[in-house]
Design a binder for this molecule. Structure first.
Ligand SMILES: *[C@@H]1O[C@H](CO)[C@@H](O)[C@H](O)[C@H]1NC(C)=O
Ligand SMILES: *[C@@H]1O[C@H](CO)[C@@H](O)[C@H](O)[C@H]1NC(C)=O
Length: 342
């Protein structure tokens, strides 16, 4: 076990990623062969990476009905996410995903008990026959998923933080297909075809905030693991409830642009793992936001309608009374015609 981690850690340091244990360059080399030999087709990773058999693995299915509502969970606030164009980011295809490096000047300033710094973001997707998100919600697998990986500032690097219980915070964004291209993702998706396996291309910095959903206060939170070997159980997961829309064309680009070896890099998602005794928290109750707004509108319109009906009833009654007064030959002070015009 110790030896295994010893072999893996230098790779984490070298590639600056916790997403792959070994860079593609190592594939096929003798010492690295056994360790690098993991794939999404055979997800029995526990043989070579025992931690993958742990009892707090990711991804999971989120059962929204069983989630524990905790409205004290603070909404997430970012700092430095709006990157300057002069800041060059590395986009690379490591054979398991496409990954964008992020500078540690980007951080989550509020939302956790401690500060987390950004390291990279990457994607998980399906194939022409299957969606490819990792987390499922009430059994639904969404089209694709993005992970923004952060490490606790106190550990100073991703490699140091990766094995600490509170070391990592990963934000998960689920994608659905919408009618239009999501222009915020063009920075990344327009470059996918250039991301040859093992190579790194540069893309100019942009506002990473634009990749996120708008309701950052609605999310699920649980303790889990990396979704790739070595499966360290050191991730505090945040899965946003609001999905982000991308077009079918953009999703197809993700599914078909990248190659690993001679094949298309697709279906790079791990199967959902048992929840075991873990609790999933929700920062909201299902009756908030859209449904609550709907209820409020119903009350407002109901009240307005009620008032109008009451006013009309009073008017009708007054009319009746005046008519009967007039019939009895009493002096009419009130002129119904004038009332009707007003
Ligand atoms: C995650 O684990 C830590 C340490 O055991 C605990 O304090 C925290 O409440 C857990 N968080 C969740 C979301 O379960
Ligand atoms: C968002 O939350 C609602 C209410 O719990 C749930 O019905 C819906 O499936 C959730 N969607 C996602 C993508 O989390």
């Amino acid at each position: 076990m110790r030896r295994l981690l010893f072999l893996i850690l230098p790779q984490l340091l070298a590639t600056g990623t916790c997403d792959t244990s070994l860079g593609p360059q190592q594939e096929g080399k003798h010492e690295g062969e056994m360790l690098s030999h993991w794939s999404y087709e055979d997800q029995n990773w526990g043989k070579d990476y025992p931690l993958c058999n742990g009892n707090a693995q990711s991804p999971i299915n989120i059962d929204t009905g069983k989630a524990t509502v905790d409205k004290e969970l603070p909404s997430i606030t970012f700092e430095g996410y709006n990157l300057k164009e002069t800041e060059q980011l590395d986009l690379s295809n490591n054979g398991h995903t496409v990954q964008l490096s992020l500078p540690d000047s980007m951080s989550i300033s509020r939302g956790f008990k401690q500060k987390y710094l950004a390291s990279q973001l990457h994607f998980h997707w399906g194939s022409d026959t299957s969606p490819g998100a990792e987390h499922t919600v009430d059994g639904t697998q969404y089209a694709a998923e993005m992970h923004i990986v952060h490490f606790a500032a106190k550990y100073e690097s991703l490699a140091n933080a990766a094995q600490e219980a509170d070391g990592l915070a990963v934000l998960a964004i689920l994608f659905q297909v919408g009618a239009q291209d999501n222009k915020n993702y063009k920075h990344i998706f327009d470059k996918l075809q250039d991301a040859v396996e093992g190579a790194t291309i540069k893309i100019p910095g942009f506002d990473i905030n634009t990749l996120l959903p708008s309701q950052l206060y609605r999310f699920f939170r649980y303790n889990g693991s990396l979704t790739t070997p070595p499966c360290f159980q050191t991730v505090t997961w945040t899965v946003f409830n609001e999905t982000v829309l991308i077009s079918q064309v953009q999703l197809d680009k993700l599914k078909t642009s990248l190659k690993t070896g001679h094949r298309t890099l697709d279906s790079n998602f791990r199967q959902v793992q048992p929840l075991n005794r873990r609790i999933v928290f929700a920062s909201f109750s299902s009756l908030t936001s859209s449904r609550r707004i709907g209820d409020t509108l119903a009350v407002i319109f109901g009240t307005l309608f009620g008032c109008t009906a009451l006013a009309f009833a009073i008017y009708v009654l007054k009319q009746k009374r005046q008519r009967s007064n007039a019939e009895r030959g009493q002096k009419v002070i009130y002129k119904p015609a004038a009332t009707m015009e007003s």
